[in-house]
Write a protein that binds this ligand. Structure first.
Ligand code: SF4
Length: 346
């Protein structure tokens, strides 16, 4: 990709942190499939490998249905177990999540890793005040008094900059604005001082100005608390604003992953390139049209032969329709899954 198409979105890019020897999160060959009642089977995630170092922010980007949220929710095992098949390995802080006993999993959720959801109105309980919900979360995991738990809830509200925090602790979710609810959701997620924060499109439901405020708050909290963050978004600008590394997902696979600078300035996979050219950028002239990605993502309930992006890829070769590309490791902790990168490819 030419620099002209990327300058604007790189203006706020984060400094890339080097990879560490022992990642805090290590996902290997994760496969997640869903069974439906009509003999349908959807292979939503198909062999994902991903590492997240301590204090690192990784953004998962891609179109709807690419497997981003399914991957994220798998880290907390939030999928309905009766209709979900999961295999591979998810290790967080040295613990294997996929085989965790129920009691250990209950402690893991909240104490080690917690989630910020896209729509806090659905995630928060409508019949309890937000203060009570935060205090209950603390009391469930820690031996502290209710007064201490409420004091922590107040401190968290101050930390996420909710105005008039003492009054807002007594509010019900429907009495708050969207931005304030999302701040309350972040406070709830941080209640038990987790080391890993998972954020599933945390700004999608918000107005543009509030989105920026929430992104800046997340970035600040991540730095202050040294959190590892995995962040799902379809907004590349948001990913650049918050993340150290970007993983691009398509059809349940990571097709490209690397430091923000590398992926945005020199995307190697045709899908990443198409995603970047399909958004507004700084050197567009008046009247220029955005490029679109022709076609639609594949139906994941059907077997996929070859590269899943082949029907939409302007560079597709005969081999792409018959064989699956393997990952190519590129310099600078950058990798991509495309035959164009294979040795000897034209
Ligand atoms: Fe395009 Fe082939 Fe690369 Fe797939 S493997 S992205 S079809 S060039």
């Amino acid at each position: 990709m030419t620099p002209s198409a990327t300058d604007a979105i790189m203006a706020t890019a984060q400094t890339t942190q080097p990879q560490q020897a022992e990642p805090f999160v290590s996902i290997r060959n994760l496969r997640v499939g869903f069974r439906s009642g009509r003999d349908q089977y959807v292979q939503a995630v198909n062999g994902v490998d991903l590492d997240v170092a301590r204090g690192e922010v990784v953004a998962l980007i891609g179109e709807s249905g690419s497997g981003k949220s399914v991957t994220l929710r798998s880290i907390l095992r939030l999928h309905a177990e009766k209709r979900t098949d999961m295999s591979g390995s998810i290790r967080v802080g040295g613990q294997e999540v996929l085989t965790m006993a129920p009691n250990t999993l209950a402690d893991f959720r909240g104490l080690v890793a917690s989630m910020i959801f896209q729509e806090p109105l659905l995630a928060l309980d409508p019949v309890f005040t937000v203060g009570d919900q935060i205090a209950e979360t603390i009391l469930r995991h820690e031996s502290v008094s209710r007064a201490d738990a409420m004091a922590r809830a107040l401190a968290l509200f101050e930390q996420v900059r909710i105005p008039s925090p003492e009054r807002r602790l007594k509010a019900y979710p429907h009495e708050m604005s969207g931005g304030m609810r999302q701040r309350a959701m972040i406070a709830l997620a941080l209640a038990c001082r987790p080391q890993l924060l998972l954020a599933d499109e945390p700004t999608t439901a918000l107005d543009a100005t509030v989105q920026i405020q929430i992104l800046l708050l997340l970035r600040e909290l991540q730095r202050d608390l040294g959190l590892s963050v995995v962040f799902v978004t379809h907004d590349i600008g948001a990913a650049v604003e918050v993340a150290n590394r970007i993983a691009v997902m398509y059809a349940g696979q990571i097709v490209e992953e690397g430091p923000v600078e590398a992926v945005i300035r020199e995307p190697k996979h045709p899908y990443t390139q198409a995603l970047l050219y399909s958004r507004a950028h700084g050197r567009m002239n008046k009247g220029d049209r955005l490029k679109t990605i022709a076609g639609a993502p594949p139906d994941l309930s059907e077997p996929i032969q070859g590269c899943p992006f082949a029907p939409r890829c302007e560079f597709a070769m005969p081999v792409c329709r018959g064989e699956s590309p393997v990952e190519t490791q590129l310099p600078g902790y950058h990798r991509a899954r495309c035959f164009l990168l294979s040795e000897g490819a034209q």
